[in-house]
Design a protein around this ligand. Structure first.
Ligand code: ACO
Length: 321
């Protein structure tokens, strides 16, 4: 019996308890609910408590995904965490999560591809599962962007939120994950970055997120459209065969422009950016979890997930769920 594919058998999400509405933000920075909602579709974001770490958010999402899968943490032999906001420089957040979960001594590492991080992590986990060397993988996107935002910069601080999403993959005779496409173009590294670094005990350069919003917008719409077609064509599917498109949740206008470009109706697109804002690597698994739990995504359906983010990086994963 050959078990040469991986299948998503459980998902989970976690959002910190504190919710900050646009109106609340407008009390501390010169903005308004009208400006934020009309430009981005965002109404609110969740913000981690002072003592909460990225690995804590990841832990809650992972427990929920493992419970949904009916797989004990001791059976997980691969953990990949996608994050741009790790607990510490090292060890990896995946290693910290493994210890918090009591998940044995399988492989554990982080991937850093910013808002495409979950696509990179899921594609990597799938490739590793297909070698036959791993049985159950836990793939997590977890972020606390509130700690890398300049809360005095209205052009960036209104866009992001904190959260974590997780998926459990198990080895399977049939797909499961059908395939993926990943890309990067480092020539665009400056349009979205946290350019600071730690040197000799000091922060050099800005430790806050900087962004050229218009350049990001155009780049995102272009590559999000292209990677949908590229991934579908590679596996012999048409756009019309997709049951669900789960794009990275950065901005409703980016999502709508991508949908228009592809001729995919908004009813087939999962949207959480209104409630979650942009949670970077957590946004796709969080959106997937919402749509599984509210009954929209059902077994046997064809789902395409796609992300784009700093680097610039972009990618998609196609799955029969
Ligand atoms: N509240 C009120 N006014 C604001 C705010 C704010 N929060 N932020 C900016 N403004 C002002 C600007 O100062 C500017 O004022 P000015 O004309 O007097 O100079 C005015 O609003 C217009 O600014 P623009 O940048 O032209 O606004 P635009 O309509 O392009 O929207 C936005 C900006 C929402 C950032 C848009 O460019 C965008 O969505 N870009 C994509 C960025 C994104 O989603 N990034 C997420 C991370 S990337 C990723 O996940 C892929």
């Amino acid at each position: 019996m050959s078990l040469s594919y991986s299948r998503i058998v459980g998902c989970g999400g976690y959002l910190p308890a504190k919710i900050v509405s646009n109106d609340e933000l407008a009390r501390t920075v010169d903005t308004s609910d009208e400006w934020i909602f009309s430009r981005t579709g965002i109404k609110q974001r969740h913000i981690a408590a002072d003592g909460e770490l990225t690995s804590d958010l990841a832990l809650e999402a992972s427990r929920s995904a493992l419970a949904a899968a009916g797989i004990p943490s001791s059976a997980v032999d691969l953990i990949i965490v996608a994050t741009t906001t790790p607990d510490v420089i090292f060890p990896s957040t995946a290693c910290i999560l493994q210890a918090k979960l009591g998940a044995g001594t399988g492989a554990a590492f982080d991937v850093q591809a910013v808002c495409s991080g979950f696509m990179y992590a899921l594609a990597t986990a799938d490739a590793m599962m297909r070698t036959g060397a791993f049985r159950n993988a836990l793939v997590v996107g977890a972020e606390i962007y509130s700690r890398i935002l300049d809360w005095k910069d209205r052009s960036t601080c209104v866009l992001f939120g904190d959260g974590a999403g997780a998926m459990v993959l198990t080895r399977s005779e049939a797909p499961g994950i059908l395939g993926s496409r990943l890309h990067a173009d480092g020539r665009y590294r400056d349009i979205l970055a946290v350019p600071g670094s730690v040197r000799g005990g000091e922060v050099c350069g800005s430790p806050y997120l900087t962004m050229d919003g218009n350049a990001v917008f155009k780049f995102a719409v272009k590559v999000l459209g292209e990677v949908v077609d590229e991934t579908l064509a590679a596996h012999g599917f048409e756009r019309s065969q997709l049951d669900w498109l789960i794009p990275h949740q950065a901005n409703i206008r980016i999502i709508q422009a991508t949908a228009r470009r592809l001729g995919i109706p908004m009813q087939k697109i999962v949207v959480t950016v209104d409630r979650h804002a942009n949670t970077s690597a957590a946004s796709i698994p969080l959106a997937y979890d919402v749509a599984v739990r509210d009954g929209r995504i059902r077994p046997g359906q064809l789902v395409l997930m796609e992300g784009v983010g700093g680097g610039f990086t972009w990618g998609a994963v196609l799955a029969r769920v």
